[in-house]
Design a binder for this molecule. Structure first.
Ligand SMILES: Nc1ncnc2c1ncn2[C@@H]1O[C@H](COP(=O)(O)OP(=O)(O)OP(=O)(O)O)[C@@H](O)[C@H]1O
Ligand SMILES: [Mg+2]
Length: 365
């Protein structure tokens, strides 16, 4: 493959990768994907695919030979793989930042060091740690320190007894026990920071979840401007502290007495930033591609108020999960104007699986 611009090597083959490739192609850039699935959402439209596992040395070597700059769309990528690729070209983000985001314990320690408040939590590495849990900590959410997503690896507990069962159910692995907070709102801020240290901040999104999975993101948010500015300040502080280069998202809780609290970070484009594809001059995915190709960051202003709604696999089973699958009637689901349907090319719809999203214009920004 001969190209004037660097070819981007992408670890991971899901929808975030697919949308980054779409953006890269609009900039004339080429992307090689490394993923175990040769037919995944990103591989379907990639310029080249290396089929293999993310830790497979031969596959990583093949990727390193075909690309000059590297990025990831999957935060549970082995950080050693990013470290290996870093010997062949820049990786945006770097392995150390990804490693921190992979472990809720490290993430919360990092937030504290950066002066970003988090909600009350206790680290539980083994049952011997249970004795430090006070009754006032309940109700609480037990979360595995690593490998959770879309609410998986989490259980709500209301007593020490339930905690003990839940810990076992989650595999007796290190966990954090977060006090269950009464959330007034959830917001997230996505930023892009390039190798020159330039930062572009996307408008904050207000998020609603269903069963632990993001359902809608509304932009602009309804919280006071000073809260939004505080959230933006926290994300920028975090990026600076990490020397981060890439797209970075930070999720926040807004709690009556405690104010703005950081929940978790994502070292990649974020589901709540999908609205940027339709409502901003530059999308979060385009910023990722620009950063990789050393093209200056694009403008991020909100062009109109909008709502992003996730489309889960449940929609394919209108008569129930065990009944025949049916492609939804998009003419009925997608508003006839000022709405954009994005499907991820996944051939196997499953309940709870993210299959696509819709952005709908709600009014002027
Ligand atoms: N301590 C808490 N108190 C109240 N609600 C919470 C708490 N922690 C999580 N939640 C709710 O559960 C949702 C998912 O939690 P979290 O972001 O930790 O999980 P996740 O599996 O990493 O999700 P994702 O990767 O999709 O963001 C939150 O957005 C929030 O709605
Ligand atoms: Mg989350």
């Amino acid at each position: 493959m001969v190209s004037v611009s660097p070819v981007i090597g992408l670890l991971g083959g899901g929808q975030l990768g697919r949308m980054m490739i779409q953006a890269a192609h609009r900039l004339g850039l080429q992307v090689v994907v490394l993923d175990p699935d040769p037919k995944g959402p990103a591989a379907q439209i990639a310029d080249d695919v290396v089929v293999g596992h993310y830790a497979d040395q031969a596959a990583l070597t093949a990727l390193a030979e075909r690309a000059q700059v590297f990025t990831t769309e999957f935060e549970n990528i082995p950080s050693a793989s990013l470290r290996f690729l870093a010997q062949h070209g820049p990786t945006y983000p770097d392995a150390a930042s990804v490693e921190l985001a992979q472990d809720r314990r490290k993430e919360k320690t990092l937030f504290a060091k950066a002066g970003i408040p988090v909600g009350p939590y206790i680290t539980l590495n083994s049952p011997s740690d249970f004795e430090i849990v006070k009754r006032s900590h309940f109700p609480a959410i037990l979360k595995t320190a690593e490998l959770g997503y879309d609410g998986k690896g989490q259980l709500t507990v209301t007593s020490l007894d339930e905690l003990s069962h839940a810990f076992q159910e989650l595999g007796s692995v290190p966990c954090v026990l977060e006090k269950k907070l009464s959330l007034k709102a959830e917001i997230s801020v996505v930023i892009a920071r390039n190798a020159q240290g330039h930062v572009a901040v996307f408008p904050a999104a207000q998020n609603k979840h269903r069963n632990g999975i993001l359902h809608t993101s509304d932009v602009p948010v309804t919280l006071p401007q000073q809260v939004v500015q505080q959230a933006e300040h926290y994300v920028k502080t975090l990026a600076l502290k990490l020397g981060y280069v890439g797209v970075l998202a930070l999720e926040f809780f807004w709690v009556e007495d405690l104010g703005l609290l950081a929940n978790e970070m994502a070292p990649r484009p974020h589901n709540s930033g999908h609205y940027t594809m339709d409502a901003c001059p530059t999308s979060q995915f385009e910023q990722q591609a620009r950063i990789c190709a050393h093209i200056p960051l694009g403008p991020t202003r909100l062009q109109f108020a909008c709502r992003m709604t996730n489309l889960l696999g449940d929609l394919w089973f209108p008569d129930g999960p065990n009944k025949p699958m049916r492609e939804p009637d998009w003419t009925k689901l997608v508003p006839p104007s000022n709405a954009w349907l994005h499907l991820y090319g996944k051939t196997e719809p499953r309940p709870g699986r993210k299959m696509g999203h819709i952005t709908q214009k709600l009014g002027d920004a």
